[in-house]
Design a protein around this ligand. Structure first.
Ligand SMILES: C[S@@+](CC[C@H](N)C(=O)[O-])C[C@H]1O[C@@H](n2cnc3c(N)ncnc32)[C@H](O)[C@@H]1O
Length: 356
């Protein structure tokens, strides 16, 4: 037993983090998880609105609200939201810091989601987009609910690299995001969500020049249009500066893709299941407005802390120079930034999609 800061802890030296107090853990030196320290709580709480403090709709812009979203909606202006990002509890047994969500039948979950969507729909502009996240099973119910209220345009599947293996099943390594709109008129900024890939088999045109890729001193690259299959997402983990203790945190890169594709600067994004605040943080970094609602105070405080950090750190891991990068390409991005030859190429290349 070790004593630390007046609190007793049990030390398991091979573990990355040790429980210290209810809200504080000792982390390994390289662990960059965003945590709320006890001495920060009061100050961060002042950045979070409570139901009793809500007045007219405009006051909610760029706010985190600690409440059940159903109670907040009457304060949100009708037809004001450009983008709705919905990451509800999936149809699984899940403990959100004491708030337990229990799995239901597919039909019951679909009914729950239909009610959620029906309450949110009046807040959306006629040109709005809606993204709804789920795993493979939740996804079945999401489609059943969404098609009643919106135009379903596509389903994105992204590779969720983390996950336990199973002995008698295929390891669950994918999640879905249903892409829906209110009407046929909607924002889609394709050029803002291009994916930069290494070219494995470079081919040249009849003139002997690279066809749709770029040759540089440190490799060959192509900027490709994003498909509905995403293999470039990393789930936040302890060495990433965006990581928190929220059990189902989405990565900033994933939310940035949705944000850049389906909203413009100054637009309003609503996230009624804000969790650790990813949507709010990304909105702030990309010049959008947001309303974020979260039931649990602990997560609101984490979100508030992340928003403060976003005031000075606007980086989004995996998104640099106006393009999204393949997974595990940070060293390559650094090399490109540092390479004089590539910088020359960068200046010589006027096309917005390559090395801008
Ligand atoms: C899947 S998580 C969202 C994670 C989030 N996208 C992130 O990146 O951290 C769902 C969140 O919804 C919250 N929640 C559940 N029911 C809610 C309700 N009725 N109103 C507001 N928040 C709710 C849970 O506490 C949980 O944090």
């Amino acid at each position: 037993m070790h004593r630390f800061g007046g609190s007793s802890i049990v030390c398991f030296c091979n573990k990355i983090e040790l429980k210290l107090m209810k809200n504080e853990k000792i982390r390994a030196p390289r662990n960059r998880t965003v945590t709320v320290l006890n001495e920060e709580r009061a100050s961060l709480a002042r950045d979070v609105l409570r139901l009793s403090e809500l007045t007219e709709p405009q006051s909610l812009r760029n706010s985190i609200i600690n409440a059940d979203f159903t109670k907040v909606l009457s304060f949100v202006e009708n037809h004001s939201v450009d983008l709705l990002i919905l990451d509800p509890p999936y149809n699984l047994d899940k403990d959100f810091n004491g708030f337990k969500f229990l799995s239901q039948s597919d039909d019951d979950y679909s009914n729950y989601l239909t009610q959620v969507l029906a309450q949110l729909k009046p807040k959306l502009k006629r040109t709005a987009t809606v993204y709804i996240c789920g795993d493979w099973r939740t996804s079945i119910s999401i489609y059943a609910a969404a098609r009643k209220l919106f135009k379903v345009i596509n389903r994105i599947t992204w590779e969720r690299e983390k996950g336990r293996g199973a002995l008698r099943n295929w390891k669950n390594c994918s999640e879905d995001i249903l892409f829906c709109t209110m009407s046929n008129e909607y924002t889609f900024n394709l050029k803002d969500v291009m994916l930069r890939r290494r070219v494995v088999a470079p081919y040249k045109g009849v003139d002997g020049l690279p066809k749709d890729w770029k040759e540089t001193a440190i490799g060959n690259f192509r900027d490709t249009s994003p498909s509905n299959l995403w293999s470039d997402i990393t789930i936040p983990f302890w060495s990433m500066p965006e990581n928190t203790d929220h059990p189902t945190q989405k990565s900033e890169k994933l939310i940035a893709k949705l944000t850049l594709a389906s909203s413009n600067k100054g637009d309003l994004i609503l996230d009624p299941f804000l969790g650790s605040g990813t949507t709010a943080v990304v909105a702030k970094k990309l010049g959008r407005n947001f309303i974020g609602i979260e039931l649990l105070e602990e997560y609101c405080l984490i979100a508030a802390k992340r928003l403060r950090l976003a005031a000075t750190d606007t980086d989004i891991q995996g998104y640099a120079n106006g393009v999204f990068w393949e997974r595990n390409s940070l060293n390559l991005q650094r090399a490109i930034a540092e390479s004089a030859t590539v910088s020359e190429d960068l200046r010589a290349e006027p096309a917005p999609s390559l090395f801008d």
